[in-house]
Design a protein around this ligand. Structure first.
Ligand code: S6P
Ligand code: ZN
Length: 195
């Protein structure tokens, strides 16, 4: 019983996410360089204000097999050019691990992609649970006019691999056209050679 841990009670607010997080990760426009199709639009925004794009509120859970890590993400409303504010996106380092996203408020899309470039999306609104099976890279996009807030749960030993998305991007991007979100081919996408 050397690993016996005390149970944890966490208060989660539907608008603000985890109320007393152990750690808050902030991603601003400057952290998102190279991730949007329109570099000029990003640099222009950056010259005005290095706005907060999203925040992850984490609870300290051991990053070990057997545990379930949970956190909430808030993506603020906004766009870089025509592209909506979004997370960086990643694969899990241990790729055969799944994840659950549960929308608490706002709206947006869960964009998923395999190494082979197969794409899938789930429209998220309060009450929608999105299941990300093993082997799917994932990113979330706020297509609404308010904060998009969701809870995530994933295996303790999943880990994160940001490199693939940073180098190759997602095959699709979500842009606003005539006031509506539209999924388009990403001009910056570089397919992986061997999947
Ligand atoms: C972790 C999970 C989420 C994201 C968060 C931010 O496996 O998928 O908690 O970390 O939504 O996204 P990203 O891509 O910057 O980690
Ligand atoms: Zn994940």
């Amino acid at each position: 019983m050397e690993d016996l841990m005390e149970p944890i009670r966490t208060l989660v607010d539907f608008k603000n996410g985890v109320i007393h997080p152990d750690r808050v990760i902030e991603r601003r426009i400057s952290d998102m360089q190279g991730m949007y199709a329109d570099d000029d639009a990003l640099n222009q925004l950056l010259s005005i204000d290095n706005r907060l794009v999203y925040q992850v509120k984490e609870v300290s859970i051991p990053e070990k097999e057997g545990h379930i890590i949970y956190s909430t993400t808030i993506i603020y409303p906004g766009k870089v050019g025509k592209e909506y504010f979004m997370t960086k996106g990643h694969f899990h380092a241990k790729e055969n691990t799944a994840e659950i996203y549960f929308c608490l408020s706002g709206e947006g899309y869960l964009l998923m992609q395999t190494r082979q470039g197969k794409v899938s999306t789930i429209y998220m609104q309060p009450g929608v649970l999105g299941y990300i099976p093993p082997y799917w890279g994932h990113r979330t996009i706020n297509t609404g006019s308010r904060e998009f807030v969701f809870l995530t749960l994933f295996p303790g030993d999943a880990g994160h691999n940001y490199e693939i998305i940073q180098k190759h991007g997602f095959a699709k991007i979500m842009v606003e056209e005539n006031g509506k979100p539209v999924l388009k081919d990403n001009p910056r996408y570089i397919p992986l050679k061997n999947g």
